[in-house]
Structures are given as structure tokens and as C-alpha cells.
Design a protein around this ligand. Structure first.
Ligand SMILES: Nc1nc2c(c(=O)[nH]1)N[C@H]1C(S)=C(S)[C@@H](COP(=O)(O)OP(=O)(O)OC[C@H]3O[C@@H](n4cnc5c(=O)[nH]c(N)nc54)[C@H](O)[C@@H]3O)O[C@H]1N2
Ligand SMILES: Nc1nc2c(c(=O)[nH]1)N[C@H]1C(S)=C(S)[C@@H](COP(=O)(O)OP(=O)(O)OC[C@H]3O[C@@H](n4cnc5c(=O)[nH]c(N)nc54)[C@H](O)[C@@H]3O)O[C@H]1N2
Ligand SMILES: [Mo]
Length: 712
């Protein structure tokens, strides 16, 4: 008996104590990570979690956020039942209703809007969570609306578009075979724990690192041989200045340029204006440092560029900055060669797993023929060219203005107004709708604006398909029953499709039918995957062979690496430039430099937070108890601001208050805020029209601001 007690106390599974070990995954962050988790379950409750050693991605490790997964599942404010609004929009008064009643109301209201204004007047939107997206996408199309959109309007897709405009395919750095790694905004230590383990190994192997980041970070400390502490939003100027120096010094790969690239002459002519003095002035860097970095990068190849999906592109010139950066690969002949940048086809949710799935066909098969009419697509034509979804940065405007046509209803899955610039404007828009339904795990401030709120469940309470790099696939099983009356998003959508009698038999067959459709060419089945506790190898998976893509002709109009992008040239009349031009951005909101002298950078990642969700957990919150604004120590001294003082950060869009954290890690002139806090929302400060004309991405990481000390 005592032995059983000991085992129970230690949470070790045995037949006698009823503790079971079940395997699943943590999907708190990007699909590329989704770490394997061992869940210890007793009486239908998770009592402990840890990383799965045998998992091919995380090898037993979990990050701070994942380790708090049990607290996330059992957050006290989990939604329990479907809810119907009884108070004013935003007030938060609701009454519980049955699923049947909820579905009927949603059906009636969505059909009413469709009948009155047309199907496109219903927008379907997904927040950060991705696993149900193809299903939601097809649902939107089968309902008849072109308007499916996601948080990708601010995340990752601008960089993917830049790659597509240049070579036709997304690419990844082959860091293991590089001598030099040029890290633009590289700090995996906070945003990607699997990447940081890999980076430390590379450092041990003797690779040289150049890191370009306005802050001092764990990456600049542990990895950087050269740290360029750049002025935010000026990476494009740096990349063009680098190109100029490379050409001047004859360090470029002329044979590669001749054979495999297009538009070099025009590009080379353009970069001449970015001489060392000019580049140093724009970027705030020292000339000697730039020179040393360029020499190291260009003369010690192979070299790869490791960058992040958002820090370079969260600027109103972000797309072109990103293009300027990737053009360095063509200039130095590092594209599609070992140790350089390797083009990789996505298998599923941007994961290059090495095998093919019919991911996009699943929804494209039923796409309405009005793609260019999707929200934001006229305003951002390049986005429209490359993307199958609406550009959500124009959503609040279109709802409020009703042009070019009205949007009167929104189906939101994890919709969070606080991820959008000018959150207040999004609230106003939601308030003005005829109908808004939001599906979430929690009663968020956004859900308070909904007419109907539906309770979703976590990854611990559902099964889902997952593709992993290295040729792996997995299909998880739930480790516990969905809490309360919650359901998985795909179950909700399937049941709603049935109630609405949507004329789409494949959709109405449900999620497994979706996955079966997508994996139809593979020899593994859902049953095979479910039968395995760990991800399994897909026999059809094959490794990328460097050089193959280039030999077959790249996916561009010229078949070459395009310094001059023919795809972008289609939109020259709308003011887009086919070569990676640089533009200063701080003045485009009309804030005077004297009144707003600081540069506002919002949303660098915290290891113990992910957007809006994890700030609310006791464990992760204890690591950073309250929102604080980071500013340079000397700037703070001049402003009379000390650690812990209450300050107000102001822009023309709004103001917020929080405590100050003066720090030597911050560049002079910068003000750094983390996003996702309920009590101090960074996006109250960002203008909704402060967007990049190429991608539509917002300038989250460079606008002007003012910071002053205030009393309580
Ligand atoms: N200022 C500023 N703003 C930013 C950024 C920045 O750097 N600075 N970053 C941008 C980027 S890159 C991103 S990706 C976005 C992310 O922004 P969001 O999309 O807001 O991300 P989250 O807060 O993670 O999730 C949104 C909601 O989804 C809910 N949710 C979680 N899991 C599920 C589920 O399985 N089903 C359903 N239905 N709901 C679920 C959560 O409870 C939460 O309310 O923020 C963007 N906004
Ligand atoms: N823990 C945690 N991990 C996450 C997330 C999270 O919320 N929390 N979010 C996930 C998501 S959705 C995303 S999109 C990724 C984002 O992943 P990352 O882009 O890696 O995340 P950040 O920490 O925002 O940015 C990295 C660095 O960019 C620097 N930076 C800011 N502005 C600039 C600039 O203009 N130029 C340069 N060169 N550097 C700049 C910052 O100082 C920061 O140190 O992280 C993912 N991982
Ligand atoms: Mo993101």
C-alpha cells in the first residue's frame, strides 16, 4: 500500500494507482514546434505534464509556456457552455444556452446577412491557432463567402510573399553547413526554444554569427561575433548598403549572378546610393562595424541568413526590407547551395516536412470566383496575388465604412481585437455588426462583443493531424474529455454545417475526411498514425537536394532569382517597385519628431508569454508580474524616469500607462513594449492605417511615440 502511495505522490503511473501516461502535443505556439507531451492522467484529469523524450522535435524538452500547459487547460475562466448576449455589446453579460439553440441562431443570422447583403458580407476569421484553419477556410467558401482571413495578415506571410516574389518558393537556412550565419532579428531564445538549442550547437561548432537587433538579447550575448544594434525598421537600408559594399569590393559571385539571376544591373545601380556613410546614417550603426560584418559575411561563405517571420516585416517598409535582405543570397551565390538558403516546399501549415499533401486543394476546390474582392485585396494587390485569404488589416475599416461593399457579420475563431492595430477601432467595428459569433476557450474582451460565444477545447481534449520536419506525421488522440460542454473547433463547424445544410458532402464528413483527402497519395493512414504513440515516418518523404530547384528553373517569370521581380512589376502602376527599394517610415503617420521623439517597438517575444493567453497563468505570470516598458537607461535619466515609475506612452492613436524598466539592453531612442497584456494593450498605440503597401502588414515595430512620467 505504501508503495502505491509513494508512486501516487511521485505521480508515477502504475496499474494500482490509476495514473495513466498518455501522449499528445502542446500546440500553444507555432506548428513548427508543437512539442510532444507526456500527460499523466488520473480520474480523467491531467495531474502532470512533461516533454516526450522520443519526440523527433523536442526530444523531451518543453519551454516555459508548454510546461505551464496544465494551468492553461484548467484556467478558471474556461468557457463552459454556449452563451447568448443579454447586455450591451462589450459589457460581458451573457446567459447560457444549449448547443442546438446556438447553432440555430447562428444559422438564421448568417443566412439573414447572406440574403440581405450577399455571402461576402459574412467574414470568417481565425486568430493565432491554426489546426482547424483549412476546415474553416472550406466552410467559408462553401457558405459562399470569399472572405476567409487570419492572423497571418500580420504574421509570417509577408516574408513568404517576399520569397515568392524573388524565387517563387519559401526558403530556409542550411545553418549546419554554413560558415557564417547572418541573423536578422535573431533571438530564438525568446521565441523558439528548439531553434535556440540548435543555435548553441552551431556556436560550439565554430560558426560565426552576425546578429542584427536593436536590443541586447540572449542571442547577441551568447552567439554574436558581431552585433549590429540597428535602428528599428532600417534593415532594408543595411541590406542595400551591404550589397553596395559587396559589389564595390568585388565580393559578389559573378558566375552565379550571370547564370541564375535576373535584374542585377538595375539592382546594382540602385544600391550605389547606399554608400557606407549613408547606410551608417540611416541605420544608426558605425561604419567600421558595418564594414567588418559585410567582410565576414561575404568572404567566408557559404553563408546563410536566419531571420524571423515578423520583426523585419512589422514595419510599413517591411516587405521591401525583407526583399533587400534575401537579395543578398543571390548576390553572394548562396541561394540553393549547401550552407546557404535552401528552397523548401511546405507540406502542411508552412511546415516543410518533405512530402506532399493536398492541403490547399481542399479549400480551393470550392473557392468562389471573386478572389480580388476579398477584404483588403484591392488596397493590397500584391497580397491578393500571393494569398488565398483576405488582408485583415482592412477589416475594421470595411466594416465601419461599408466600402467597397458591406461586411455585416463575423464568425471569429479565437478572434482577438488586441492583435489588431488600433484596437478601439476594431471594437467599434464589432459593435456595429449585425451579427458576431466568437469561438474561444475564454471570455476574452473581444468575445464580450459577440452575440453568441462558443466554448472551444484545447489540444489536450481533441485529436489532430500534424506534419513535422524530417518526414514525420502524427495524429494525436485526446488525453482527457473536453472540459464542461466545450468542443473542438472542427466539431463545432461540422455540426454547424449540418444545421445549415451546407451543400458540401466532403466538408460535412468532418475533419478526418479532410485529412484523408489531403494525404491521399501517402502510404500512411490516419489509423497508422493513431496507433503510434510518437510521430511516424512517411515513406514518401524525401530530403531536399540543394541545387535541384535552380537546375529545374525557379518559380518566377524568368525562371531565375529575381533582383527585379516580374511579379511585383505587374503592380508598378499602383506604386510598387520591382527592385527592393528602401523608404524611411517614421514620418508617414504625421507625428512630429519634436513632439514624438522616440521609436516605438511593440511585440518582441517573451519566453513566458504568447500573445494574449499565457500572461493569465500563475506560473508564467510570476516570471513577469506586470507589464513594463523598456527604455534606454540614459534616456530614462534625461527624462527623470527611474525603475518602477509610472509612465505614459503616447502616440496620435492613443496612450497607455505602465511602469518603466530602464535598461542598458535598449538602444538609445527606442521604447520597447511587449504585447498581449489585458491591462495595457500595445495596440492602442498603433495606427490602423500605418501599414505596408506591399503586404498590408502593420508597423508594429516602428512608429513615433512620446514617453512621460506621470503620477498615479
Ligand atoms: N503590437 C503588436 N501586435 C501584434 C504582434 C506584435 O508583435 N506587436 N504580433 C502579431 C502576430 S505575429 C501574431 S501571430 C498575432 C497573434 O495574436 P492573436 O491571434 O491574438 O493570438 P493569441 O492571443 O495567441 O490567440 C487569440 C485567441 O485565440 C484563442 N484560442 C486559443 N486556442 C484556440 C482554439 O483552439 N480555438 C479557438 N477557437 N480559439 C483559441 C485564445 O484564447 C485567444 O483569445 O498578434 C499580432 N499582433
Ligand atoms: N515565447 C513566445 N514565442 C513565440 C511567440 C510568443 O508570443 N511568445 N510568438 C510566435 C509568433 S506568432 C511569432 S510571429 C514569432 C516571432 O518571432 P521573433 O520575430 O523571433 O520574435 P521577436 O522576439 O518579436 O523578435 C526577435 C528580435 O527582433 C528584434 N527586432 C525588433 N524590431 C527589429 C527591427 O526593426 N530590426 C531588427 N533587425 N530586429 C528587430 C527584437 O529586439 C527581438 O529581439 O514568435 C513565435 N514564438
Ligand atoms: Mo506571429
Amino acid at each position: 500500500m505504501s508503495e502505491i502511495n509513494e508512486l501516487t505522490k511521485a505521480k508515477i503511473p502504475s496499474e494500482d494507482n490509476g495514473i495513466e501516461l498518455k501522449r499528445t502535443l502542446c500546440d500553444i505556439c507555432c506548428p513548427g514546434m508543437h512539442c510532444g507531451v507526456n500527460a499523466y492522467v488520473k480520474d480523467g484529469k491531467i495531474i502532470k505534464i512533461e516533454g516526450t523524450k522520443e519526440h523527433p522535435r523536442n526530444h523531451g524538452k518543453l519551454c516555459t509556456k508548454g510546461a505551464a500547459g496544465r494551468q492553461y487547460v484548467y484556467r478558471k475562466d474556461r468557457l463552459q457552455t454556449p452563451l447568448k448576449r443579454t447586455g450591451e455589446r462589450g459589457e460581458g453579460r451573457f446567459e447560457p444556452i444549449s448547443w442546438d439553440e446556438a447553432y440555430q441562431i447562428i444559422r438564421d443570422e448568417l443566412f439573414k446577412v447572406r440574403d440581405t447583403y450577399g455571402a461576402d458580407s459574412v467574414a470568417f476569421f481565425s486568430g493565432y491557432t491554426k489546426w482547424y484553419r483549412q476546415y474553416l477556410h472550406r466552410f467559408a467558401y462553401s457558405f459562399g463567402s470569399i472572405n476567409y482571413g487570419t492572423e497571418c495578415s500580420t504574421c509570417f506571410k509577408a516574408s513568404e510573399m517576399a520569397w515568392e516574389a524573388t524565387v517563387g518558393l519559401n526558403s530556409d537556412p542550411d545553418m549546419e553547413n554554413s560558415n557564417v550565419i547572418l541573423g536578422f532579428a535573431l533571438n530564438g531564445f525568446h521565441s523558439n526554444h528548439l531553434m535556440s538549442a540548435r543555435l548553441l550547437k552551431l556556436k560550439e561548432m565554430g560558426k560565426k554569427f552576425i546578429i542584427i537587433d536593436p536590443r541586447k538579447t540572449p542571442a547577441t550575448k551568447k552567439l554574436a561575433d558581431i552585433h549590429l544594434q540597428i535602428k528599428p525598421g532600417t534593415d532594408g537600408a543595411l541590406a542595400l548598403g551591404m550589397a553596395n559594399l559587396i559589389i564595390e569590393n568585388d565580393w559578389h559571385d559573378k558566375a552565379y549572378i550571370e547564370k541564375y539571376t535576373y535584374g542585377f544591373e538595375e539592382y546594382a545601380e540602385y544600391v550605389k546610393q547606399f554608400d557606407l556613410d549613408t547606410t551608417a546614417r540611416i541605420t544608426g550603426l558605425k561604419k567600421e562595424d558595418i564594414y567588418e560584418a559585410v567582410k565576414l559575411y561575404a568572404t567566408n561563405g557559404p553563408a546563410s541568413i536566419t531571420e524571423t517571420s515578423c520583426s523585419i516585416t512589422h514595419h510599413t517598409n517591411g516587405f521591401q526590407n525583407y526583399r533587400a535582405m534575401i537579395c543578398l543570397n543571390g548576390l553572394t551565390g548562396n541561394f540553393d547551395r549547401p550552407g546557404g538558403q535552401i528552397p523548401e516546399k511546405s507540406t502542411f501549415y508552412d511546415m516543410p516536412a518533405g512530402y506532399h499533401m493536398y492541403e490547399h486543394e481542399y479549400y480551393l476546390d470550392v473557392q468562389p470566383k471573386r478572389k480580388a474582392d476579398a477584404i483588403g485585396c484591392r488596397k493590397y494587390p500584391l497580397w491578393n496575388k500571393f494569398m488565398d485569404e483576405f488582408q485583415a488589416m482592412d477589416l475594421s475599416r470595411q466594416i465601419l465604412e461599408g466600402t467597397p461593399y458591406p461586411v455585416r457579420a463575423v464568425y471569429g475563431a479565437g478572434m482577438n481585437a488586441k492583435m489588431f492595430p488600433d484596437t478601439k477601432k476594431m471594437y467599434e467595428a464589432l459593435k456595429s455588426l449585425d451579427f458576431f459569433v466568437d469561438v474561444d476557450l475564454f471570455m476574452t474582451d473581444t468575445a464580450k462583443y459577440a452575440d453568441i460565444v462558443l466554448p472551444a477545447c484545447t489540444s489536450y481534449e481533441r485529436g489532430e493531424f500534424k506534419a513535422y520536419m524530417g518526414g514525420y506525421a502524427a495524429f494525436t488522440r485526446p488525453v482527457i474529455e473536453p472540459l464542461y460542454e466545450s468542443k473542438s473547433d472542427v466539431q463545432i463547424l461540422k455540426e454547424l454545417a449540418d444545421v445549415m445544410e451546407l451543400d458540401d458532402p466532403l466538408l460535412r464528413e468532418g475533419y478526418e475526411a479532410e485529412i484523408n483527402y489531403m494525404i491521399r497519395d501517402l502510404s500512411v493512414t490516419i489509423e497508422d498514425m493513431k496507433a503510434s504513440e510518437f510521430p511516424i515516418r512517411v515513406p514518401e518523404a524525401r530530403e531536399v537536394v540543394p541545387g535541384e530547384f535552380t537546375a529545374n528553373g525557379m518559380n518566377t517569370a524568368s525562371g531565375k532569382f529575381e533582383f527585379y521581380s516580374n511579379y511585383i512589376a505587374e503592380f508598378k502602376d499602383q506604386g510598387l517597385s520591382p527592385i527592393p527599394t528602401y523608404k524611411e517610415t517614421l514620418d508617414d503617420e504625421g507625428m512630429d519628431e519634436k513632439e514624438y521623439p522616440y521609436i516605438l517597438v511593440t511585440g518582441s517575444r517573451l519566453p513566458n508569454a504568447i500573445h494574449s493567453r499565457i500572461h493569465e497563468l500563475a506560473w508564467t505570470r510570476s516570471l513577469r508580474k506586470e507589464p513594463m516598458v523598456d527604455l534606454n537607461l540614459e534616456d530614462a535619466g534625461e527624462l527623470g524616469i527611474s525603475h518602477g515609475d509610472l509612465v505614459e506612452i503616447r502616440t496620435i492613436t492613443g496612450k497607455i500607462r505602465m511602469k518603466a524598466n530602464p535598461s542598458v539592453k535598449i538602444r538609445r531612442g527606442d521604447v520597447q513594449l511587449y504585447h498581449g497584456y489585458k491591462e495595457a494593450n500595445a495596440n492602442d498605440l498603433i495606427g490602423s492605417t500605418h501599414t505596408d503597401p506591399y503586404s498590408g502588414f502593420p508597423g508594429f515595430k516602428s512608429s513615433r511615440c512620446q514617453i512621460v512620467r506621470v503620477s498615479e
